[in-house]
Design a binder for this molecule. Structure first.
Ligand code: PMT
Length: 398
């Protein structure tokens, strides 16, 4: 299953290090290549020879050890990895990773890698629930680092609570899902709207908003990777289009409306992450409006169609409609009203005034609201938010 894939496994100094041996063994049985990096403390708990025997590769411990090959080890392993996994990940390792500290072989390799990172935290309950550990966790999640566990139960120190490292089978399952993303949207037609609209005032001026398109593009990319046929209807933005996605460019809210009326009947799932203008200038001037010194310029704005509502009115049997609510106050109440008034199955509420949420940034803090209830997510990368939205939309489709 993992032939041709390469896992770099970091092992830190927690008692759960012994379980990491089974992680290596399981990965080898799936034909993955595995390199193990141990911290000095980890070598006091498990002999490096155990990992060398299981992985059939020398274990890296010391950044400055002389090796037979001349490559710079922490860089070569960082580049070789298809995924970097740390199991067990101690509170210390998480703190270092969150703050960019690179003072040994494992932390330097983690800092240098561009591969996805998966942590299997393991520590005492008090350490896990400590405010600083949780803050570090939030920082890491917001950067796209993934985690598996920890589980709750009896810990080596005798305490009972959260902090047990997940079982090896579960860790390997998480690795497989990163390396071989599931194609659970194979054959589905999905449409995502993204970015702002532009409402022309005259040939040189317009009304718009701060949407960068990042949220919608992350949704389009995630669905494409999960096997869907994706149509991305986008306002003008400055980010690259995800590969393998069919793009329709729009500018004004009216052009978005026309496109959506044409496209919506063909889709299994529609997610509207765009930020269309609620109003447009009644009459766009043909020529540049001249300044009248001392006189105010009065623009008459007329209401644009509510596109999500119009799509909701022609909803097909079995179709799933997802909207966003960009709110600055009474977030959940306002989002709930939009869920009903636009005939949506799911609404993604974001408080666009919260730090790390909404327009322009790479993270978002959202609550997924359905008729059944609300699921508040922590601050996550927009890619991770996108995955959670698709997971929820698929669960509604079943
Ligand atoms: O693009 P980014 O920089 O990544 O920022 C992401 C985002 C903040 C734009 C995104 O997360 C978001 O919240 N998008 C919805 C913005 C918005 O228009 O929210 P709204 O609450 O005004 O509208 C509710 C829903 O109705 C939305 O799904 C919207 O697409 C839709 N709508 C709005 C107005 C309109 N005339 N027609 C619509 O269909």
């Amino acid at each position: 299953m993992l032939t041709g894939k390469h896992v770099v496994l970091g092992v830190t100094g927690g008692i759960a290090a012994y379980k990491a041996c089974e992680v290596v063994s399981r990965l080898r049985k799936l034909h993955a290549g595995v390199d193990v990096i141990m911290t000095e403390n980890a070598t006091k708990l498990v002999a490096p020879l155990t990992f060398e025997t299981l992985s059939c590769r020398p274990v890296c411990i010391d950044t400055f050890s002389r090796t037979e090959s001349w490559d710079v080890k922490h860089i070569s392993l960082a580049q070789k990895a298809d995924v970097m996994v740390v199991a067990p990940a101690t509170a210390n390792l998480m703190a270092k990773l969150a703050h960019g500290i690179a003072d040994d072989m494992l932390s330097t390799t983690l800092l240098a890698t561009k591969a996805p990172i998966l942590l299997a935290p393991a520590m005492n309950t008090g350490m896990w629930t400590a405010e600083v550990t949780q803050a570090n966790l939030q920082t890491l999640l917001a950067r796209g680092v993934k985690t598996v566990g920890p589980a709750s139960g009896l810990l080596a120190c005798g305490d009972n609570g959260a902090g047990r490292m997940s079982e090896p089978a579960e860790i390997v399952e998480a690795i497989v899902s990163i390396l071989c993303p599931s194609k659970d949207m194979e054959g589905m037609n999905v449409l995502v709207t993204a970015g702002p609209t532009v409402e022309r005032i005259d040939p040189v001026r317009y009304l718009t908003n701060d949407s960068s398109g990042k949220m919608g593009y992350a949704l389009a990319q995630a669905a494409q990777q999960r096997g869907a046929n994706v149509t991305l209807v986008t306002g003008p933005v400055h980010i690259p289009v995800p590969a393998g996605v069919h793009v329709i460019n729009i500018t004004s809210t009216m052009s978005l409306y026309e496109t959506m009326m044409e496209q919506c009947g063909k889709q299994d799932i529609i997610v509207q992450a765009a930020a269309p203008a609620d109003y447009r200038v009644e009459k766009t001037a043909d020529q540049k409006i001249k300044k009248q010194a001392g006189e105010p310029l009065v623009l008459k704005l007329v209401e644009n169609p509510d596109i999500a509502k119009a799509v909701g009115q022609c909803k097909k049997e079995g179709q799933i409609l997802v909207g966003f609510a960009a709110e600055t106050q009474n977030v959940l109440v306002n989002a709930q009203k939009k869920l009903t008034s636009k005939n949506l199955d799911l609404i993604v509420a974001n408080d666009v005034t919260a730090e790390g949420a909404g327009f322009g940034v790479d993270t978002n803090i959202v609550t997924l609201i359905t008729k059944e209830g609300a699921d508040a997510l922590p601050k996550l990368s927009k890619s991770e938010v996108a995955e959670r939205i698709w997971d929820k939309a698929l669960s509604l489709k079943k």
